[in-house]
Design a protein around this ligand. Structure first.
Ligand code: NDP
Length: 325
């Protein structure tokens, strides 16, 4: 099979197309022929060395396709021919992958394989942030950074449906318009305006109950200034670079604030939790309640270009890779 391999950390050019033997599924694994691969920031962090990995590795933590074999002697809920999706682990930038059965989710008939590959990771992330990390309720307000991004557009839809007031940030007027269409009440262009001052103005000086910040280095400190006393800063990404070590006293000074740094794996740690969150997201797509915007699709050989585009800040929604054109 064809796959993308990284031998050492570096820029997008370290993503090399290689020929490897077809994988053979072991116990409690399925072999999946991959039709669509989701491109995510986590793969950028792994490629650059921000998240240490063992090399050589096949990157890729999200994909969808068809089951072509099940490990010998294994009892499985899925069968050969089922359309499935998963997120987690690595090895998805390939034509085929061995996937642990406990990660696989069947794709509802109404959802395309591309849509499933596009929402597993970003959709479940938006879902846990809006429903579990800080369960949004009517009358509450939130600030969502990068509101027109992959996570952002899904998040705006979920947060507004929960009845919260949604303030977003985005870097261009075009992105701001997409975030508004997705449900944000107001979008601040944070490349032109001081977003903390604007949030304070929009909330009559009170601040919001929660800030969801995936941008990190360039926004985290001002994000604290957007919060009402006892508010929560949810730092869930590093798109602009990692946040430096923080003196906890800053939380006291700025209003006895709370800070959390969550990651999806802990919110889908059991099979039940994964099944519930994945079906909430996939059923939302199936019912037409959750719109999935696919920005661009690349061939497998163009994996480096796909990651470079995600890093370039020019995307709104999902970047996909399709192994077979
Ligand atoms: P996005 O589509 O949101 O792309 C990142 C966006 O961040 C850009 O489009 C850009 O939006 C904004 N941004 C601001 N500054 C920069 C910068 N210097 N370089 C690049 N981008 C910048 O990506 P994803 O939806 O895939 O992921 C969003 C974030 O969520 C990532 O940080 C990711 O790591 C995190 N994440 C965290 C998870 C978790 O469980 N903790 C799970 C999934 C994702 P704009 O142009 O509008 O500023």
């Amino acid at each position: 099979m064809k796959a993308i391999q990284i031998d050492a950390p570096g820029g997008p050019e370290v993503l090399k197309l290689v020929d490897l033997p077809d994988p053979i599924p072991g116990g409690n694994e399925a072999l999946v022929r991959i039709e669509a691969i989701g491109v995510n920031f986590v793969e950028v962090y792994q490629r650059t060395g921000l998240y240490p990995m063992s090399f050589p590795m096949i990157p890729g933590s999200e994909a969808a396709g068809t089951v072509v074999a099940i490990g010998e002697g294994t009892q499985a809920d899925v069968k050969v021919g089922d359309r499935v999706a998963w997120q987690g682990g690595s090895g998805a930038y390939a034509e085929m992958a061995r996937v642990p059965l406990n990660l696989l989710v069947k794709i509802p008939d109404e959802v395309t394989t591309d849509q499933a590959a596009a929402v597993m990771l970003q959709g479940m992330t938006a879902h846990y942030l809006a429903n579990t990390t800080f369960p949004l309720k009517p009358g509450e307000s939130c600030l969502i950074h990068a509101a027109a991004g992959g996570v952002g557009l899904l998040f705006c839809q979920m947060a507004s449906r929960l009845g919260a007031r949604v303030i977003g940030t985005a870097s261009t007027d075009e992105k701001a318009e997409l975030a508004r269409k997705a449900g944000a009440d107001t979008v601040i262009n944070y490349t032109k305006q001081d977003f903390a001052a604007e949030v304070k103005r929009l909330t009559q000086g009170r601040g919001v109950n929660v800030v969801y910040d995936s941008v990190g280095k360039t926004t985290w400190e001002q994000s604290l200034d957007c919060l009402a006393p006892l508010g929560l800063l949810v730092l869930f990404g590093n798109s602009s670079g990692p946040v430096p070590p923080i003196d906890p006293q800053i939380l006291s000074r700025k209003g006895s604030l709370y800070l959390t740094r969550p990651t999806l794996a802990h919110y889908i740690a059991t099979r039940d939790a994964l099944a519930q969150r994945a079906s909430a997201v996939l059923n939302g797509v199936a019912a037409g309640a959750l719109d999935v915007r696919i920005e661009r699709t690349f061939d497998l050989a163009e994996a480096g270009a796909a990651q470079a585009l995600l890093e370039s800040r020019k995307t709104s929604g999902k970047v996909l890779i399709k192994p077979a054109p």
